[in-house]
Design a protein around this ligand. Structure first.
Ligand code: FAD
Length: 302
């Protein structure tokens, strides 16, 4: 039996979108255009990342707050344990709450010295993602208990993983600490996700595990990120992008089709929710949604 709850395959999928906070005026313009164009897709939520080392704290916060206040979307703010005390992190959570943001993506974050280095707890800071989840849940009970909390998970293991048993036990511990949903690192083979789901369910993880779908048309960039975070790139993907370094338009079409094809294969297995790493590019996310049969739903989004 499929470890997924069964739902009608013909239903349009539920989607969510991830953005990153803009660094410049030009990037801000692109982000807000993207938000405006994706809003009619009526996503379940949209999330905004928190820069490595906590470097985008203000920009993430401003972006999340503006989405909450100026659009009909439900934003989630990413929060990490890096470079801040518990009080500082929890004050960001309080500011979110006051701004009407009720969803946090709770992460440990990368070591400030870079991936591959040992993660050191910041003085007075949270030890890891479990400590962070517990900290949020226990903070002012009327507030902490009411947040929706999403967390990360790694279908091809995190680079620091101590093996599958430890990985699944750790994810289960996040759930026990109060996580409501896990979003996966990106992957390209449906079986990678399905195998992981089976292991997670066997290990007692019952929360939804939403596949994270990458929309990166820059294949050189994708290879760099994949090498850092431990996602594998199948041979067929290398072949699809071969010779396209100077042809951005074709790469974008390939990217949307690869993402839609992955979602369709997962959909055939009963997966209904997809989280898109949009890289703030509306066209790619929109075309992927269209290929999946999702149409603008102005009534829902208004
Ligand atoms: P955790 O899940 O807490 O730990 C990472 C891994 O370390 C675990 O999977 C496990 O393999 C191992 N591990 C740690 N502690 C234990 C333990 N006690 N026992 C066993 N194993 C253990 N980074 C950012 O800087 N900003 C973001 O906004 C951001 N958003 C992300 C969103 C998603 C959906 C994902 C998948 C990743 C995101 N990242 C982000 C990247 C993330 O910060 C890095 O992968 C980081 O190295 C780990 O953070 P984490 O919360 O996933 O860590």
């Amino acid at each position: 039996m499929s470890p997924l709850s069964s739902t009608a395959k013909s239903e349009a999928p539920n989607v969510s979108f991830e953005f990153f906070p803009p660094k410049s005026e030009a990037m801000a313009t692109r982000l807000w255009e993207t938000v405006e164009r994706l809003q009619p897709m009526a996503p379940d939520f949209v999330s905004v990342t928190y820069g490595a080392g906590g470097s985008t704290r203000e920009r993430t916060h401003d972006t999340v707050r503006r989405i909450a206040q100026e659009t009909s979307l439900r934003p989630a703010g990413h929060l990490t344990c890096v470079g801040a005390t518990k009080e500082e992190v929890l004050s960001v959570a309080e500011d979110y709450w006051d701004a009407g943001v009720k969803h946090i993506v709770a992460l440990r974050g990368d070591p400030p010295a870079g991936m591959g280095e040992k993660f050191e707890q910041y003085p007075g800071g949270f030890r890891d993602s479990i400590d962070l989840i517990q900290g949020i849940r226990e903070h002012r009970p009327e507030l902490g208990r009411c947040f929706e909390i999403s967390v990360s998970c790694y279908p091809e293991l995190h680079p620091e993983s101590q093996g599958w048993d430890a990985e699944i036990a750790f994810l289960k511990a996040k759930q026990d600490a109060g996580a409501d949903r896990a979003i996966t690192q990106f992957f390209f083979e449906p079986q990678v996700y399905l195998n992981f789901l089976e292991k997670a369910r066997a290990g007692g993880v019952t929360m939804p595990i939403v596949p994270g779908i990458m929309l990166q048309p820059n294949f050189k960039g994708l290879k760099r990120i994949a090498a850092l975070c431990g996602s594998s790139l199948p041979d067929w993907l290398h072949e699809l992008y071969e010779g396209l370094d100077e042809d951005e338009e074709t790469r974008e079409l390939v990217t949307a089709n690869v993402a839609a094809d992955l979602c369709r294969q997962l959909s055939d297995e009963g997966v209904r929710n997809f989280h898109f790493y949009t890289l703030n590019r509306a066209g790619l996310a929109l075309s992927t949604c269209r290929l999946l049969g999702l149409k603008p739903n102005s009534a829902k989004a208004a």
